[in-house]
Design a protein around this ligand. Structure first.
Ligand code: FES
Length: 105
């Protein structure tokens, strides 16, 4: 599979359908930035800033959270059960069909 289709609900509740390259060298956060979505990625993907926080709305099987991701999400006032850091999600065909929402700051 060369490309992945995902849907992103932006901060204005608009749904954007993205066709992304299936390149495991990138994280989901990096592809969001490449698509010019308003995701800062301030810490460069080190699970330190939460600027890449998303809510996952699909039943997509994602890799389990590591301790750093869990700790940062636990510290956020707007964290939910379906919260993830997109910088901690590697690009792979597993995320094809993902539906997610960019968290408001
Ligand atoms: S880019 Fe900083 S936590 Fe994801």
């Amino acid at each position: 599979m060369d490309t992945l289709l995902i849907k992103v609900i932006d901060k204005n509740k608009q749904v954007q359908e993205l066709e992304l390259p299936n390149d495991p060298a990138y994280s989901l956060m990096e592809l969001f930035r490449a698509c010019e979505l308003p995701v800062l990625g301030t810490c460069g993907g080190m699970a330190l800033c939460a600027s890449c926080h998303i809510f996952v709305h699909s039943a997509t099987l994602l890799p389990p959270m590591n301790d750093d991701e869990k700790q940062l999400l636990d510290s956020l006032p707007n964290s939910q059960e379906n919260s993830r850091l997109s910088c901690q999600i590697p690009v792979s065909e597993n995320i094809n069909g993902l539906v997610c929402e960019l968290a408001s700051e």
